[in-house]
Unconditional design. Sequence first.
Lengths: 112, 114
Amino acid sequence: KQEVTQIPAALSVPEGENLVLNCSFTDSAIYNLQWFRQDPGKGLTSLLLIQSSQREQTSGRLNASLDKSSGRSTLYIAASQPGDSATYLCAVVGSGYSTLTFGKGTMLLVSP
Amino acid sequence: DAGVTQSPTHLIKTRGQHVTLRCSPISGHKSVSWYQQVLGQGPQFIFQYYEKEERGRGNFPDRFSARQFPNYSSELNVNALLLGDSALYLCASSQISGSREKLFFGSGTQLSVL
């Protein structure tokens, strides 16, 4: 059974800092890995999707890497802003394609 | 274009009651998935439908059921509600079956069971 772990569970940083969120998964037989953002009580917004054959994806100030063999992914946020405050969720898709398995998320607070 | 829409946004029920949650996917999307998110946890997969057929089912009791209509909208039904069913229920849509591409999530239905 696939398990996804995210570290740290919570993170508080001052505005402008670069930061790294970590995600690990137990079964390396994944189809893709996705990073989502969730604001309190709201739905999920897809940030980045990395196919299993890729090593990284970038979107603006966000960069996600994938090391499938070691079962790890990182989300790098450059020059953090208060608007980045949210919970960030990592999810993997197995070879069955049908489901996302999520971690519990990292709650990020960026203070002005 | 409208995103994924879910209704209602909030719902309060009592134990033993039945509830129906509704989801309209993005226009052109044929796949709908349902997830349950308990406070402080990541979403858990419940069902996936594509072209009105069930393509995946998570580890949930038979009290949970779903269906997809010809217009690709979907309903999630939960019978005999328990306190533990209190959660945010999320619907996601995509063009193709499964999760091989980005999923687009709705804002969810917050269900409280008293």
